[in-house]
Ligand binder design. Structure first.
Ligand code: GLY
Length: 430
């Protein structure tokens, strides 16, 4: 089968890497992909949100499965467009992707179906929002309703922070129309985890748990990025906790969507805080995460294309579980200094060839250019270094050792990915 991967980051490289191992996949295209994927995929000059051209290409090349990395095309309806034309594609349709595309929609679903989450209010008018925020208890979380590349979530410690957030999101329109509405939510204390699951609309199966580090600097300081590192599985999510999350969050969410007449097929990626009173949802995403996919794919013990086909054909009920290797994976993202604000690119990346000899390391490219036999930086996030091994603390040590062998001008990475793990508290399950 020929596969088309839509997107250009480390997530898409990790998906291509996994699909390349499948006996069912003969050829991989990436639109637009990045140069780090060239050994396993052919790049196609079509942007991820150019739905019409992607469909035309998929039809012409008789693509057996199109796999969508980023959220924008899903929320814009790429799956509906392909399905209407009989072109195979993996991911939720537009109405289902609203779970990620509208924070207010997601909160309304959570609230209506009693799925554990924080209290919230939705505002379309900045003055009404400020009236409420003036007398609110802090800290609070203020979110742009629509897609904002993970950057539309602001934790407000006081009213001044709230005023700044409302001005930025609703008045200055820092995230465009995504800021037409805001959701104001309780700040939920606890350990954050992300759960990845596959659902065919009738059955939902967890894949695994991960933790991602979003802020640009150590200690979760500085502006949020797309993600500076991740690890999997989360030591906070043992079998018992995963079972609780399935019972209290994953299955109720599927039930809620079905009750609303929404047929959700694809990846469901749920942001959760583990609180003293149990797991609570903070958000939903309609696709694989980046860099989370860079730790999930190396741990997935199954053929990804078969899983995607079973999801599309509503056949997940024939599976008991999704198999994951009994190992740990950690990914540290090497970025261009200045990201996520302003940064320079075009610098040679040195040392990559020495890394080829480490069997436990996979280098996923997020934004690189290949010219005259050398790789150059080409984006804010440049490469993700993923190590797989036994024992998460030892894996963390190994990844940082390997990073010492890579060098490029303005290289920035967080030195504390996984830093909370050595201090795992007991999160009891009732
Ligand atoms: N790394 C966060 C996300 O992909 O949603």
């Amino acid at each position: 089968m020929k596969v088309l991967i839509v997107g250009n980051g480390g997530r898409e490289h990790a998906l291509a890497w996994k699909l390349y191992q499948s006996d069912n996949v003969d050829k991989i295209y990436a639109a637009p992909g990045n140069d780090g994927m060239l050994e396993i995929a052919e790049r196609v000059e079509i942007k991820a949100n150019d739905i019409e051209s992607l469909a035309k290409f998929a039809k012409e090349k008789e693509i057996g499965m199109t796999v969508v990395g980023p959220e924008e095309p899903l929320v814009a309806g790429i799956v509906d467009y392909f399905v209407e034309r009989g072109i195979p594609i993996f991911g939720p349709k537009k109405q289902a992707a609203l779970l990620e595309g509208s924070k207010a929609f997601a909160k309304d679903i959570l609230n209506k179906y009693d799925i554990p989450t924080g209290e919230y209010e939705v505002f379309t008018d900045p003055d009404n929002a400020l009236n409420y925020l003036e007398n609110a208890e802090y800290p609070l979380v203020i979110k742009a309703n629509g897609l904002a590349g993970g950057k539309g979530v602001i934790v407000a410690s006081n009213y001044q922070d709230s005023q700044d957030a409302v001005a930025r999101i609703m008045e200055d329109k820092a995230f465009g129309d995504a800021g037409d509405r805001i959701v104001v939510e309780d700040f939920i204390e606890g350990e954050e985890v992300s759960i990845f699951a596959l659902t065919d609309g009738q059955t939902i199966l967890p894949v695994t748990s991960t933790r991602e580090h979003k802020a640009i600097f150590e200690g979760e300081e500085g502006p949020n990025t797309g993600g500076m590192g991740s690890y999997s599985p989360s030591p906070y999510v043992d079998a018992e906790m995963m079972d609780k999350i399935c019972r209290e969050i994953l299955r109720p969410t599927l039930h809620a969507l079905n009750s609303e007449g929404i047929d959700y097929r694809g990846v469901m990626h749920v942001g959760i805080i583990l609180t003293e009173s149990g797991p609570k949802v903070i958000d939903y995403n309609a696709r694989f995460g980046d860099p989370e996919t860079q730790v999930i794919m190396p741990l997935l013990a199954e053929d990804l294309i078969e899983l995607m086909q079973k999801t599309n054909d509503v056949k997940l009920k024939y599976k008991k579980e999704i198999e994951i290797y009994d190992s740990d994976a950690v990914c540290v993202v090497l970025a261009s200094a200045g990201y996520p604000l302003t940064y320079k690119t075009g610098y040679e990346i040195k040392g990559l060839e020495n890394l080829k000899y480490h069997d436990d390391l996979i280098v996923f490219h997020s934004g690189t250019k290949f010219e005259n036999g050398k790789y150059y930086t080409d984006s804010g996030r440049v490469i993700g270094m993923t190590v797989v091994g036994e024992g998460i603390l030892s894996v963390i040590d190994t990844v940082y050792n390997y990073i010492n062998d890579v060098e490029f001008k303005d290289m920035h990475y967080r030195t504390d990915i996984g830093f909370t793990i050595s201090d795992v508290p007991d999160i009891s399950v009732d």
